[in-house]
Design a protein around this ligand. Sequence first.
Ligand SMILES: Cc1cc2nc3c(=O)[nH]c(=O)nc-3n(C[C@H](O)[C@H](O)[C@H](O)COP(=O)(O)OP(=O)(O)OC[C@H]3O[C@@H](n4cnc5c(N)ncnc54)[C@H](O)[C@@H]3O)c2cc1C
Length: 463
Amino acid sequence: MADDLGHRATRHAVVIGGSLAGLLAARVLAEHAEKVTVVERDRLPEGPEARPGVPQGRHLHVLIAGGQQAFDELLPGFMDELAELGAPKVGVPEDMVQWQNGRWYRRTPATVSFFTGARPQLEWLVRQRVLADPRIELIEGTETVGLTGDSSRVRGVRVRERGAGADKQPRTLAADLVVDASGRSTKSADWLADIGAEAPHEETLDTGLAYGTRVYRAPDEDPGTDATGYYIVPNPAQVYGGVVLPLGDGHHLVTLSGLRGDEPPTDEGEFEEYAKRLPHPVISDWLARAEPVSPVYGFRKTANIRRRYDRPGRRPAGFLATGDALCAFNPIYGQGMAVAALSAVALRKALADPRRTATTRTVQRALLDASRQAWDISAGADKKMPGATGDAARTGPADKAVGWYLSRVQQRAAGDPVVGESFRAALTLTAPLTSLFAPPVARAVLFGPPAESPAGPPLRREP
Ligand SMILES: Cc1cc2nc3c(=O)[nH]c(=O)nc-3n(C[C@H](O)[C@H](O)[C@H](O)COP(=O)(O)OP(=O)(O)OC[C@H]3O[C@@H](n4cnc5c(N)ncnc54)[C@H](O)[C@@H]3O)c2cc1C
């Protein structure tokens, strides 16, 4: 069988994992395959609730601008529907009090926005929209335990109903195409080895960042400020992070972060004490006025991991990886959901490309390309964090020059609206990183002194 994934060559595609990357990939594959089956280990809740297979779902999940565009492209009208469900939209820098690299950001008019509703709500809406397509079937409560085929071609997956017991033989689902969207803990290396193929090299970079997250009922309106959120961003000189953002139902999510060996506590009594390590009491003061309404949830698996399927190796046709299973990021930069959607957009383009045959290799490369900018941002910043480990933590001479320029961008982004807008566009994946070198930005970065930024937390929007 030829390795041609486009031109309606696929009869049955199986997607492993029914979370964001899997559902969005299924949405695109349904345009090409006769049938798409999504195999999900969890039994999925009826409503927008957290579930065991997505433990990160209890933590803060902002949808950045590049992701919003991609969701709308894949599921027209999606962002309006999310807003109708009550997911708040926070204008940046206008609505947020933000501290980064020793500076407070001016609250000039917003140039981008974040959607800050609960992650289970967003995933639930995606599920409703995607599964409305009769060509897509969800098999829930069923775990993929392996692949079928050999090192030259994958021919399906082996699945076992959850709770069926290890003695129950897995059954086989035949497929022309299998897409791994089972998240950052994917077992793809074992699955590939079991059919005689090679696992991809895993690039890693781990700062040991840990999250502690708790839901609070917001304090009564504070006449002293019009801010909707607070954000203290960690950096190599100040490694603690804190974010307060609205969930849209009178509640806020508060996430505190710290590095390996000094992680935020999950003990309810100690959580607010830990917030006092932040470089300013603005978040502690907010917590003192708010009311906690949930336990503290912890999360520690935050390494950047990129699986290099693009490098040579004995790999089968008909097997692709996407989402966190391909490239997972340190969540502090808020990129993973956006990249899951951008990857599905890239999948659509690669499968429909009239100029070349969509082979496993070309499509996998397109998927990797969709995550490249987010990786460069996340791994680029994390390399400088103290105690970062992994083979992607090494720096070269080019890193030094780019690092010098970017540190000047950051010094200026807080007070200079032109540099700030460009910086935010790149970070939110709506403009390429090269746009930071465009003439008006480069002039301010290379020749001007940093524009003045607020001396303390700016509690009011600038007119
Ligand atoms: C603490 C934290 C905070 C984050 N914050 C943000 C943020 O602010 N903004 C943002 O954009 N991103 C954020 N992310 C990243 C985001 O959660 C992921 O990038 C996003 O969920 C993409 O996920 P995915 O679909 O690839 O994998 P996941 O969402 O992890 O889903 C994997 C799915 O596969 C299923 N599965 C696993 N193994 C099997 C198997 N063998 N068989 C069948 N099913 C299986 C699981 O049950 C699950 O449903 C954050 C991540 C973390 C950890």
